[in-house]
Design a protein around this ligand. Structure first.
Ligand SMILES: [Fe+2]
Length: 299
């Protein structure tokens, strides 16, 4: 990466006047979420929880990198999806990710956005990128089950509906101007315009990143909102593990990825949310990058 890019990002990166809320601002979080297709809320995790999560992210990243000696990645070079690499499609067999299911700082906001507490966990996974990674093309996370949504009459599309799923990414370190903060394009959750390729993307979109933002913040996003990774010019791995919440009106069968002993760590509300992912059967866990060439890579 060139020194010129670093200087450019240091001078220009970031959404101007980005609002960063605190967990008590539930009504404002709902308003910004519906207006922009995402909202940033700090202090969702305590500093102890951030440390715990960061160590878990480093341990699991090393396990992923162990099956990718050439750092080819599964979301572009040096860029990885934990869920895309995990053979369970999730990391709900690890306590750090189970912690993300029923955070008392986050759930009131998710409940207020959906207008009901009757939502379900789809999975907990997220992504990480290594120093030297480049821009990831803008995309929406609707490549899997939601791409199948069809109105036989052709009248109502996925983007006409209320939010079908919320992705909460948790910052396991700060987002700086140069360590690969996510770029998000405000107001695109209902857009039916073709998402621009990297070549066609205007510069303001490349710079539409959520930074600087402190570790422990949650980036709460409608999964239809356009977003993408950006270059990591720092010396450290950047991790944003996530939890995905399916709207109360969505049913989507899941891979059984949460062992019973992890389920037992949850609150009553957390256990109900995880009823589609828990299993009493032994499950095989581990990482493989065999899916990286397929459609899955859009998630
Ligand atoms: Fe994505």
């Amino acid at each position: 990466m060139s020194e010129r890019l670093r200087q450019h990002l240091e001078a220009n990166n970031g959404i101007p006047n980005l609002e960063i809320l605190v967990p008590e601002q539930v009504d404002e979080a709902v308003r910004l979420f519906y207006r922009d297709g995402f909202v940033m809320v700090r202090d969702i995790l305590t500093s102890e929880q951030v440390k715990f999560l960061r160590v878990g992210c480093e341990r699991e990243s090393e396990a992923v990198l162990a099956v990718d000696a050439d750092n080819i990645g599964n979301r572009g070079r040096l860029r990885y999806s934990y869920g895309g690499a995990s053979i369970t499609n999730s990391v709900l067999h690890r306590e750090e990710w189970v912690m993300l299911v029923d955070l008392p700082t986050l759930l009131p906001i998710i409940t207020a956005i959906f207008g009901s507490p009757d939502y379900h966990i789809r999975r907990c996974a997220g992504d990480f990128c290594l120093p030297g990674c480049d821009y990831q093309p803008l995309h929406a996370d609707i490549g899997e089950g939601f791409a199948q949504y069809k109105d036989p009459r052709g009248l109502v599309g996925l983007r006409d509906l209320p939010c079908p799923a919320i992705v909460a990414n948790f910052l396991a370190q700060d987002f700086t101007l140069t360590n690969g903060p996510t770029r998000i394009i405000p107001g695109t959750h209902h857009s039916k315009v073709t998402i621009p390729s990297l070549e066609d993307e205007p510069e303001w979109m490349r710079l539409s990143t959520v930074c600087p933002v402190p570790a422990g913040t949650a980036m709460i996003r409608d999964l239809r909102t356009w977003h993408g990774g950006t270059p990591n010019l720092s010396k450290d791995m950047r991790a944003i593990p996530n939890a995905i919440f399916l709207a109360p009106w969505v049913y989507e069968p899941q891979k059984r990825s949460m062992p019973r002993e992890m389920f037992d760590l949850l609150s009553e509300q957390g256990q109900r949310m995880c009823e589609w992912v828990v299993t009493n059967e032994p499950i095989e866990t581990g990482y493989s990058l065999r899916y990286r060439g397929k459609e899955k890579v859009t998630m």
